[in-house]
Design a protein around this ligand. Structure first.
Ligand code: PEP
Ligand code: MG
Length: 321
C-alpha cells in the first residue's frame, strides 16, 4: 500500500465522490522545495520564513529576500505557494530586534504583533514578496492574528508596500490573495466577522491547540493535554471552516494535524479545502483522502465533536480504520 501511495502521489487527491482536495507541503528552507515536489505536493501551504531572520546579526534586506522567494516560486512552477510573513517571538527570538524579556512569550509580542511594531522589517518583506510573486501563484499569510483591527492594519501595510513599489515603477504581483493563520482562539470565534476581510484562512493547530487547551506546546509535561484531536479543538476548526464558507472563502490547515492520516476523515468531513503538512506525509494523506467519501466523512466528523475527550476521538477513529 505504501508503494501505491507513493506512485499516485503526483496525482490529485480526489475523494470517491469527486471532490479534489489540495494536499500541499509545509517548508522551512529553500532546500525542502525539491522534497515537496518529489513527494507529490500540489503546492506549498506554508512557507515559514523565519529561516531568513534567525541566527544572524541583522535582518535580511529586500533584495536578499526577493532572490530567495523568487527561486522558490520559480521551482514551484505556477503551483500555489503560501508564504507566511516572519513569525518571530514566542519560542523564536531574534537578537537584532532587542525584544524585551517576557514572562509569557507565547502570550506576548510575536507574529503579527511584532511585525506591526517593526513595520520597516515588514515593509521590506512585503515588497520582496510582491516583487517575487509577479507572474507566479503567490499568496501572503500573516501569523498570530488575534483581531479584525490587526487584519485591517496588516492590509494597510500591504497597500503601503504596493504604493512604494508603484512609486518606484517596480513591477510586482497585482493579484495576491491575502490570508491569515487562525491559531488564536479569539480569531477562531470571530472568524465570521474576519472572513469578509481576508481571502483565506489557514488553521494553525499547533498554536491553536496550545491556546485552547492552555498547554504549552514546548512543555512535555503537558503534551498529553495538547492533542489537536481533542473535541474542543475540533469544534474550533468546525467554526472557522463554516464561517469562511459562509463568506465564500477557502480554508487550509497547516498544523501537524493535517499530516495525521487518522485525522484526514475528520478534516475532510468538516469541509477543509487544503491540507498542508511535512512533505513526507503527502503521499499517505492523499491516499487516505482518495478512499473517503464526503458524506460519510461528514457523519464521522460530527460524531467526533460530541465525544468527551481526545482519547475517545482516537479510539473511535482507530475503530474505523
Ligand atoms: C501552527 O501553529 O500550527 C503552525 C503551523 O505554525 P508554527 O508551528 O510555525 O507556529
Ligand atoms: Mg503557529
Amino acid at each position: 500500500a505504501r508503494q501505491d501511495a507513493f506512485q499516485d502521489a503526483r496525482q490529485p487527491a480526489t475523494t470517491r465522490d469527486g471532490h479534489t482536495i489540495e494536499v500541499v507541503a509545509n517548508i522551512g528552507t529553500p532546500e525542502q522545495v525539491a522534497e515537496a515536489l518529489r513527494q507529490g505536493a500540489d503546492g506549498v501551504g506554508l512557507l515559514r520564513t523565519e529561516f531568513l531572520f534567525m541566527e544572524r546579526e541583522a535582518a535580511p534586506d529586500e533584495d536578499e529576500q526577493y532572490a530567495i522567494y523568487r527561486s522558490i516560486l520559480q521551482a514551484m512552477n505556477q503551483r500555489p505557494v503560501v508564504v507566511r510573513t516572519f513569525d518571530i517571538g514566542g519560542d523564536k527570538p531574534a537578537s537584532y530586534l532587542h525584544m524585551s524579556n517576557e514572562m509569557n512569550p507565547f502570550l506576548g509580542i510575536r507574529g503579527a504583533r511584532l511585525a506591526l511594531e517593526h513595520n520597516d522589517l515588514l515593509q521590506a518583506q512585503l515588497r520582496a514578496l510582491l516583487r517575487a510573486g509577479e507572474g507566479h501563484n503567490l499568496k501572503i499569510m500573516f501569523p498570530m492574528v488575534s483581531s479584525l483591527e490587526e487584519v485591517e492594519a496588516l492590509r494597510t501595510q500591504v497597500q503601503q508596500a504596493q504604493a512604494t513599489l508603484s512609486a518606484q515603477n517596480t513591477r510586482y504581483a497585482q493579484q495576491v490573495e491575502i490570508g491569515i493563520m487562525v491559531e488564536v482562539p479569539a480569531a477562531a470565534v470571530m472568524a465570521d466577522v474576519i472572513a469578509p476581510h481576508v481571502d483565506f484562512f489557514s488553521i494553525g493547530t499547533n498554536d491553536l491547540t496550545q491556546y485552547v487547551m492552555a498547554a504549552d506546546r514546548t512543555n512535555s509535561a503537558v503534551a498529553h493535554l495538547a492533542d489537536a484531536l481533542h473535541p474542543a479543538v475540533l469544534r474550533f476548526i468546525r467554526m472557522v471552516i463554516d464561517a469562511a464558507h459562509t463568506h465564500g472563502k477557502w480554508v487550509g490547515l497547516c498544523g501537524e494535524l493535517a499530516g495525521n492520516p487518522l485525522a484526514a476523515v475528520v478534516l475532510l468531513g468538516l469541509g477543509l479545502d487544503e491540507f498542508s503538512m511535512t512533505a513526507s506525509f503527502v503521499p499517505l494523506v492523499k491516499q487516505r483522502l482518495r478512499q473517503l467519501g464526503t458524506e460519510q466523512a461528514r457523519a464521522i466528523a460530527l460524531h467526533t465533536l460530541g465525544l468527551p475527550n481526545a482519547q475517545a476521538v482516537h479510539a473511535y477513529l482507530e475503530s474505523l480504520a
